[in-house]
Design a protein around this ligand. Structure first.
Ligand code: SF4
Length: 318
């Protein structure tokens, strides 16, 4: 892994709670800390509702934090506002599961890609047009697509356009939130290969969020495993299969080859459903489904402890 000493991004004790109309509080992200290094792809994996997409929205400042800090290149960007926030958005770009949601259906592909360049006054229309062709070529989309509309493109082509748009502002960090989940397996592989090539060419840092451990492992250098808003294990991707020890990570690994594993479906190998984020117990968040649950687990929350190089786990067994 191309790691440099200084992290490009430090997330410290990030918590996000939503106050519901009925007076209850939903904890989506609970005291999460991690670092992202230049040129690294950090995977975040977990079931639907584990908080991974909320983290993505907070990092791209589509959501505010309840508490905690986000440090980017040494600067606290947690509560940026106005023009400072707008300028910072150039450095953090996001690729969503369904790119169409972020495309204006009345805009042609060429305009969709050149729009950020013009919005940020980075170039004039003529220059933006030339840059758009260059960006589209980089992601494998030919020039004739600039005049088409998004509904005329396949799923893979749309995602390539979304990636071209994401890199147009020369960001340092791209957050891919289930970016390949809706694609057929062969197209998924092509998009992942494209992301990996762009990462090398542009020294991009990625946060790659997904529910499919096999896909996330394929692209990531390190993996964060989340459960009910908390990090339960952090491990190098190449050590995942041999060294992962958290009961939840192991259950996820058991389910990798299960065709039953969908975005919202129950994971094979783990009994029951995750408890409601409205009803988080005092002890370990996984205890209601863990076959190794002990008395201590019911009352005491395990801390995320470093147990080896690039390996941390939150479990009373270790
Ligand atoms: Fe299971 Fe206890 Fe470890 Fe939680 S702390 S994962 S309940 S053994």
């Amino acid at each position: 892994m191309r790691k440099k000493k200084e992290a490009i991004l430090k997330v410290k004790n990030l918590t996000k709670k939503f106050n519901l109309q009925d007076g209850r509080t939903l904890t989506a992200v609970d005291n999460v800390s991690f670092k992202l290094f230049p040129g690294e792809c950090l995977g975040i994996v977990g079931e639907s509702g584990c908080g991974k997409s909320t983290i993505a929205k907070i990092l791209t400042q589509l959501e505010t934090v309840t508490s905690g800090n986000i440090i980017y290149n040494g600067k606290d960007i947690t509560n940026l506002k106005g023009e400072e926030l707008r300028q910072n958005r150039k450095k953090f770009q996001m690729v969503f599961q369904d790119p169409v949601e972020s495309f204006n259906p009345r805009m042609k592909i060429g305009d969709i890609v050149s729009e950020p360049l013009l919005n940020f006054n980075l170039m004039n229309k003529h220059e933006a047009k030339a840059e758009t062709k260059k960006l589209l070529k980089m992601v494998g989309i030919t020039e004739d697509f600039t005049k088409r509309y998004s509904h005329q493109l396949s799923g893979g082509q749309k995602q390539r356009v979304a990636i071209a748009r994401a890199i147009s502002l020369n960001p340092e960090i791209i957050i891919c939130d289930e970016a390949t989940s809706a694609l057929d397996v062969s197209i998924q592989e092509q998009v992942i290969e494209l992301l990996m090539n762009l990462q090398k060419e542009r020294n991009l840092s990625y946060i790659f969020i997904g529910h499919d451990l096999a896909v996330v492992r394929n692209i990531s250098h390190r993996i964060i495993v989340m459960y009910l808003g908390q990090i339960v294990e952090v491990i190098d991707s190449d050590k995942l299969v041999t060294d992962a020890i958290h009961p939840y990570t192991k259950a996820l690994l058991d389910s990798v080859f299960s065709i039953k594993m969908g975005n919202n479906s129950e994971i094979e190998g783990i009994k029951g459903e995750p408890p409601s984020p409205l009803d988080i117990q005092a002890g370990c968040v996984f205890c209601s489904r863990c076959t190794k649950c002990m008395d201590k687990c019911l009352n005491e929350k395990p801390k995320l402890k470093e147990i080896g190089r690039n390996h941390s786990v939150a479990c009373h067994l270790y």
